[in-house]
Structures are given as C-alpha cells and as structure tokens.
Design a protein around this ligand. Sequence first.
Ligand code: PEP
Ligand code: MG
Length: 577
Amino acid sequence: MTETLKGIAAGDGVAVAPAYLLVEPDLSFEKKSIADAEAEVARFDKAVAESQAELESIRKVAAESLGEEEAQVFDAHLMFLSDPEFTGQISAKIKSDAVNSEAALDEVAQNFITIFQNMTDNAYMKERAADVRDVSKRIMAHLLGKELPNLASIDHEVVLVAEDLTPSDTAQLNKKYVKGFVTDLGGRTAHSAIMARSLEIPAVVGTEKITTSVENGQMLIADGLDGVAIVEPSEEQVADYRKKGDDFAKQKAEWRKLKDEHEPSVTADGKHFTVAANIGTPDDLAGVLENGAEAVGLFRTEFLYMNSNDFPTEEDQFEAYKKVLEGMNGKQVIIRTMDIGGDKHLSYWDLPEEMNPFLGIRAIRLSLKNKEIFRTQLRALLRASAYGKLGIMFPMIGTLDELHQAKAVLAEEKDKLVKEGVKVGDDLQVGMMIEVPAAAVLADQFAKEVDFFSIGTNDLIQYTMAADRGNENVSYLYQPYNPSVLRLIKHTIDSAHKAGIWCGMCGEAAGDSIMFPILLSMGLDEYSMSATSILRIRNEMKKLSTEELASLADKATKESLTNEDNIELVKNLMADK
Ligand code: PEP
Ligand code: MG
C-alpha cells in the first residue's frame, strides 16, 4: 500500500528506484548443546565457504564500481576468513564443548578481538579487531540465514534506506547505482546530507520511520526538493515525480549556462560578491570548476583523514593541498585545519567516548591537544602556500586563548620552514571560523587578530539554539532565520568590516535562497556553498538590484518569521548597514 512520509529535504533532485535497506539484521542467537559435533562442524564450514564466496563477489563489484583501493578492504577480510588459526579454533571448540557454531564463533571471535585491541603499541594489529568483527558478523549471518547489507555490493539502481548514514558511508556511495537516499534520522546540515549535496544525490532525511515502512526491493520515491518519501507509489505518482526530477535537471542545465556568462557574481546593479565552493577532497575540484566558483571558501580537510587507513603523512597532505591550489589557478583557497570529533571519526584514532561529542574534544580542541598531528598538517599547508593564494582557517575557535595557541604553533612551524629554506607563500592569510556563539559575541576582539572570518552557520545555529544539527526531533528549533542567529551574524560581519577584514560564510545557509538576500543586505562579502548550489545562487543574484534586494529580503523575512516583533528586529538588522 502506498505510504507517504514527510522528512527533511537534504539533497536536491528526485529519485525513483527500488529500495535497498542498509539495515543490520538481528544476529542474536541461543547457545545450545549439540549431539553430532561432526555435522555441526560441517554446518560451520558451509557458512565459512558461503561467506568467502560472498566476500569475493562483493570485492569484485567494489573494484569495478568504486575502484581497486576501496576494494582492498575486503582482502583483509578474505585473508582472515581463510586463516586456519581462527576457523580451526572454532571447529575445535564445537567439538570440545559440544556447543553450536554460533556460540563457538562468538566466543573465539571475542577472544581474538580482545587480543588485537590490547595491542596498543601496534596500530596495524589494533585495526585487525575491526576485521574480526566484520568477518564473524558475516559468518554469523550465514549461520542464522540472514542477509547482511553492503554498500559496496550494490550493482543496480536503488534508493538507499538507512537509519542514518555516516560521512564514511556517504563517501562510499556509488552514484551510478545509488540514485537517492532516505533515512530515519538526521538533519539538513548533518555531514552525510552535506556530502549528498556535493555528490548531487537526492536525499530525504529525518523521516523517523522509513526503515520500518519499506521492504527491500519495494518501489520508493525520494523527493529531495520537498523532503518527501513515497513507498509503493502509484503509476501516476511515479510518472509525476519522474517529470519533477526531469524538470529540475532541465533547470540545472539552464543555470549551468550562466557559468561563463556571468562570472564574476554581480547583482543587477553591478555589486560584486564572491561566490565560492565548499569541498571535501581534491577530487571535488572538477565540480568547483564546472560550476564556475570564484574561490574555494572551505576545504574540509578531515575527509583526507577519514578516507585513509592511517594519518595522512605531511607529503600526502602537501600533494592534496597543492593540487587544489594549483587547480584553482591563483583564485583564493581557504583550507580549514581538521575538524575531527562530533560526528566525524577516524577508524584508526581511538579517542575516548564522550557523552556529548559535539560539545567535546572536537576540531581545534583536538588539534591543540595533539600538537604533533596539528604540526604535520600546518607544515603541509605552509609548504603548499607557495603554489597559490591560500587562507588557513581554524575551526571551532571559542576563546582568544585558543586562537593565540593555534597561531603560535603556525608561526613556529613557519619559522622552522623558512630556516630550512622552504618557500612559503607571501600572501598567506590566516582566518577563523565563527561557529561558536562565544566567538560571534566577541567578534570585535577576534577581528583584530585574523585576516578573515568565515561564519559556520551549521554549528552556529546548533550551538545558539541548543538544537543538535542532526536530530530530527529538534529540527523545529534549528532555525537559521531566528533573530538571535541573525544578530550574531550581523555583529560578526560588522566587526569584521570595522577591523578592515573580510567576512564570508561557509555554512549551508550561504546557499539558502531565503537567507541569501538577508545576508546580502547585511553586507556579507563571500558566500561559500556546495558547488551544486553556485549557479542557482548566482542566477538569483544576477536578478537583484539593491532595491529589489531590500524588498526580497523583506519578503524572505516575512516568510521565515511569523512573529511581528522578530520581523521588525530582522528588518532593523538589515537596515543598519
Ligand atoms: C559549519 O559549521 O557551518 C561548517 C561549515 O562546518 P561543518 O559543517 O564542517 O561543521
Ligand atoms: Mg562546523
């Protein structure tokens, strides 16, 4: 039966395809005594053989669709599966304890995991614990007759369904087959949603119950424009939504024409504002150039760390930063030091669990606590600065002391490099994100110490409103247009201008059609967004004269704020330039 779910629009476009559930099955089992040990060992061997065949096929699909490097993860699993030390111990246990395969597998796997996890001085061996977990899960699924979902094994068009997607799940999505995704959890500015936008995959998040509303293979519509998911749509709905998707694609093609005509980005009466792109890896550069971005306003370097099996070396990082700087051909590139923590984790960095990760050791806090890792990144950045126009940006600065510490480490590394005779760019800028309310309130003080600000509204909103950016239950409180947020933004822009520095925005609000005229009225200098939003925003900018801008901002304010007093407040903020 057709069911329509309302969620949050998180990735533009419309997808219509069968659902693929990325939901872990229940692998609980009962421990049982067995009478025929030989038959039980044969049952176990069969599950191992099936797991092996399945892994080989997943590896093959992954190599074809995602590339050899992604596929190599499965080699470690295959190797472990054929290790007689592991499987032999399980068979021996079935016989000696006369227990079922599930119980023997669970006990032996736990032992292996504990041994690997305790090898604290050997990062490689420690990581093997994850392999044991994956491999035993697969054998267990075969023993219990359940199917494990796997992103890498998808070989036909699907709409992915999951409780939530981690940024690393999103990084593994193959656009050829994954036409869209729908999740139970999440908000528009959760990192998986941001990545969906940069991949141009239609996405609906925060539906609360898609995983229990749809079954594998059922037809599913993901309308990422309006945040609607439809399970088992009628033929008419399929036709309507296909048309909606096609119309959106046509509109995008129209916008694309603007790329060459209207560079740089100007309003109808000739005012110029910089429209820049946010990227996660050097591979995103193609989209940046294709959409005619005038700068890279945010390079989220944590993805370099997340897409790797160990800390990227100084050399690896240098090459990545240099590639982006050279690719932008003299245009400004703002590279942010790593923002690990919160919802972004590294498999190889075992950090303590926190009750409130978004309020914990994240971003600059982590860098200042782990200075060697920070220094490696800064050296790579400083060396790369000779190859273009670089701005180094610190994330999550909340106090002047943090900024002073970060700048001091940067200055030390710069001195060392200069003494070593290494060339560092002369026009290097140093800036900070404004995403902690404390920094926004004190923007006048911070502005004296940096070359630029970039407002990170994704976090600024969540911290100002005390509403988790990825929690759909409080998404009603996650209000970009709330006067408290707008007042912080206005104060930040004014403080920057008073100190003679520029102020940009790299949070998702910079590419929001309602927010955009408000920001223009407030005098924001640079707008950095997913590359795919650039042409839409430039198209809107091109139509606006100063007067039209004021009336549009007025309209936007009325649409987004229901309370008369708040409307008045925002109007005053915009008028007071
Ligand atoms: C932000 O917080 O607005 C931002 C751009 O950083 P991130 O989304 O990576 O936290
Ligand atoms: Mg942030």
